[in-house]
Design a protein around this ligand. Sequence first.
Ligand SMILES: [Zn+2]
Length: 387
Amino acid sequence: MTERLYYTDSYLREFRAQVVDRSEDGRTIYLDRTAFYPTSGGQPFDVGTIHDALIVEVVDEDDRVAHRVAKAVEADDVACAVDWNRRFDHMQQHTGQHLLSAVFEELFALHTVSFHLGADSATIDVEGGAVEPRKVIEAERRVNELVFANLPVQVTFEDARDVKGLRKPSDRDGTLRIVSIADLDRSACGGTHVRSTGEIGPVLLRKLEKIRQSVRVEFVCGGRALRRARADFEALSKIGQLFSASLDEAPAMVAAQLDSARAGERARRKVELDLAAYRGKELYRETAPAADGVRRVIERLERGNLEDLRAVAQNFTAQPKSVFLAVMKDPPSVLLAASEDAGIDAGMALKAAVTEAGGRGGGNARVAQGSVTEQAALEKVVEKILG
Ligand SMILES: [Zn+2]
């Protein structure tokens, strides 16, 4: 059975231990005592070194703690060092979680049902009601107030039968490890915590995400909150610079620019339609009628979008006795429009021509569009339609 030194001292960073067991390849080590935290209760494992080997994972095997190392350890009496930056970060987030869960309970009777500590942020899932923005703001204010009060965080060992006042009942028996924050919160927990709330540092609540009947609340504490605030500032500053505005004016400036971009887009579309109408009429005037009195025009495009010609085609065929055919090479496709009195049904004519050429397409009597698989087939389609 491994003695877990972190149960009684979360601040222990260096210790000596005896190797009591190891795997055949020497890459899994069991110690008589360890300060390395194994993944459990939502908190990830510690890293660090055992003798001269880096730790890659620490696994809780109930009675024992398994340390997986990057290379075999042959010594039996080993010096060990916990990567303190990672550990202290976990202590800040984890203790912050206890405090935040206690505050949600205290203010809004929202119960924490799970906790996850990720690489960049941590989350709790809460149940018992909606989490509106005002609750987030109120919880954030309260949790930071308790940080500033620098309340003691204590660990006690209590018999499961006698234990009282836990935020969340424990289903374990025997001796429970109880983590208490002043008289605010008592939780059965095996994780690592700071010794007073001041060490949690600032707590920032971030994203909310609805997940079935619970709400996932993202938060960052201490060093993470600082880094996050710095990154937010840099991002907002860049936006501000782009708009020559101060940080606080940036959202209003962005909104105004978006409005103006949308208005510009509407104006552009209108100009395009006006231009298409003009081109359609101009083309009609320039095209001489054939012997049957019908004006036929064919527009050829190398590549692009036939849709761009649709408005021109419709304006052309808005006038009597007219047929408009657009042909594009890449991808090989055709657009056909016809006036009501042109003596041709655009949809039927186009469908027949492209189908015969191994392609597909269709439309209504006035306008239709289709495609063929290869360029060589395009001229057959043109011939079939215009005769
Ligand atoms: Zn805990």
